[in-house]
Write a protein that binds this ligand. Structure first.
Ligand code: GDP
Ligand code: MN
Length: 385
């Protein structure tokens, strides 16, 4: 799960990691008042779960309170397109007003989980503010890395090593070390998967401050953090994924043309592999889980069919706990109540498979029954073309 910049900064403050003053403005008048409070100038920032806002017009400097109100009005509700949103962009639902900072240097900092070493890694660079992928490609020597031993945590030595590598001196050096140690504590205590501060700035006064912050959490740890869970913003998540989670269904959006309804993540992987093997491409996969009801299956169908990219659907169910007749019943119910506009290939195996096939055959709907996994893949790939 990801959160907005303003929420990430609330967490930073909680962990005594320096960040500029800032508040979400409720309306244009509020934006004006906050800017007044900050001495008459502010930075107005669109809150979306994507970076690159600065270049896309989502970060604007207001030179006086009226300007802030004006920018607020234009920003709220705008469709913001950045390098990370894709061409369709994201609608701005929240606008954050930040107390401006006099920047001396812009640096880059991130804690993330390195899958190669299976450890938390601290990455830093003197080239902040710009895209780190670009730095990694063109000047990889400018990226500093330390790997954190989980038993020791980020050590003082490692924090000093990075602060030194970033060229911090004197008071800024000390502040940088504290910044890193506190940020690491936040990372582990809140079960983060990524904390990125870009830019980390050194101000003209020598302060070390997070000007921007992006935090992602390990979903498997979320149950331990109701405070973090409360920060979830459904506006920012794919609507089908949200819809599916309401019915305890797991939906993952992909970019092909075949909708997949399966039970169990392993079978989902196998299903996608065999679709690819036969020259097709999955549009999504929807895992109905172990013990779904007819209604859950019906909803699963509805969600899959909402995706306009879907040209054919493959239902691949192994009835273990799940009974094939219930799946078949759900499919027929979906066909009756919502109508099925694309070819549907059904492969059922396991408990009550004969009853299930009978229900499909008796339904009067044109459902393509497959005999096994390969047959199913061939039929659905052909149907999608
Ligand atoms: P992003 O483009 O989505 O990553 O948004 P950021 O929050 O990183 O802002 C983009 C850029 O705006 C930063 O790299 C800074 O150069 C600039 N910026 C943001 N806030 C301030 C500020 O308070 N003072 C100054 N001088 N520049 C700022
Ligand atoms: Mn940024």
């Amino acid at each position: 799960m990801n959160i907005h910049e303003y929420q990430a900064k609330e967490l930073l403050r909680l962990y005594k990691v320096a960040t500029p003053n800032g508040r979400v403005a409720q309306d244009a008048e509020d934006a004006r008042m906050i800017t007044k409070e900050y001495g008459g100038k502010s930075v107005v920032k669109a809150q979306i779960h994507a970076g690159g806002r600065g270049k896309g017009g989502g970060v604007k400097f207001a030179s006086d309170p009226d300007k802030a109100a004006e920018i607020f009005k234009a920003m709220l509700g705008m469709n913001l397109v950045t390098k990370q949103t894709g061409a369709e962009g994201r609608k701005v639902h929240t606008v954050f007003i930040s107390d401006p900072v006099d920047i001396d240097r812009e640096l880059y900092l991130a804690f993330l989980v390195d899958r190669v070493t299976s450890r938390v890694t601290l990455m830093a660079s003197t080239e902040g503010g710009v895209e780190i992928e670009e730095v990694a490609e063109k000047t990889p020597e400018k990226i500093l890395k330390v790997t954190v031993d989980p038993a020791l945590g980020l050590t003082g030595f490692q924090a000093r090593q990075i602060a030194f590598g970033l060229g911090l001196q004197g008071d800024s050096f000390k502040k940088g070390v504290t910044f890193l140690l506190n940020l690491y504590r936040l990372f582990t205590e809140k079960d983060c998967s990524m904390v990125e501060v870009n830019p980390l700035v050194i101000t003209k006064q020598g302060d070390v401050i997070a000007l921007d912050a992006k935090i992602g959490f390990d979903d498997n740890g979320l149950f331990r953090h109701p405070d973090v869970m409360a920060m979830r913003d459904l506006n920012e998540e794919a609507s089908e994924e949200t819809e599916a989670s309401k019915f305890n269904l797991n939906f993952i959006k992909l970019d092909g043309t075949i909708g997949c309804m399966v039970n169990g993540a392993g079978l989902a992987m196998g299903t996608m592999d065999i679709i690819k093997y036969h020259g097709g491409s999955p549009a999504n996969f929807l895992d109905v889980g172990g013990g779904a009801t007819e209604d859950a299956v019906k909803n699963a169908f509805r969600i899959i069919l909402q995706d306009k990219a879907v040209k054919a659907v493959l239902v691949n169910i192994f009835g273990g706990i799940m009974r094939c007749d219930i799946v078949a019943g759900g499919i027929v119910k979906a066909a009756k109540e919502i109508g099925i506009s694309v070819p549907v290939v059904v492969r059922l195996e396991g408990t009550n498979v004969e009853e299930g096939k009978q229900i499909l055959a008796d339904s009067g709907y044109n459902l393509i029954v497959a005999n096994d996994l390969r047959d199913a893949a061939e039929k659905v790939v052909a149907a999608a073309k």
